[in-house]
Design a protein around this ligand. Sequence first.
Ligand code: CMP
Length: 139
Amino acid sequence: MTTNRTFTMIKPDAVKNGHIGAILDKINASGFKIVAMKYTHLSKTDAERFYAVHSERPFYGELVEFMSSGPIVAAVLEKENAVEDFRVLIGSTNPEEAAEGTIRKLYATSIGENAVHGSDSDENAAIESDFHFSQREIY
Ligand code: CMP
C-alpha cells in the first residue's frame, strides 16, 4: 500500500553546521508537506534500535555513535509518491555520487555523515515514523 508519506531525519552533521533551515526550505519547495516534526537527540540505544537492520554491517558502530552524537530533526513528510521522490531530492548515500542540487550534494560531508536520512520503502517509512511519533503527533 502506498501511504504517500516518508520519514526523514536531518542528521547531527547538518544540524551542527546550521543547515536545518535550508534543508526544510528545500523540502517545502519540492512539494512535501511536513505532517510531523521534532527536534530531538537520540540516545545510543535509540540509534541502535533505529538502525538495527544494519547491525551486521561494518559501519554499524560508527553509524550509532554519529547518530547519537548531537541533536537531529525528525519529520514525517507527505506528497504523492513520497518515498521515491524524497530519495531523488536527497541524492545518493555517498555525497560524492549525489546529483547536483540534491540535499546530500549540497550539505553532506561523507557517506557516514550524509546530512539526511530518507526511508527506502513505504513499509519502512511507516515503521520509522512510528519509532519517533505517536499518531497524536502527526497532523
Ligand atoms: P541512511 O540513509 O541514514 O541509512 C543508513 C546509513 O548508514 C546511511 O544513511 C549512511 O549514513 C550510513 N552508511 C552507509 N554506508 C556507509 C559506509 N560505507 N560507511 C559509513 N556509513 C555508512
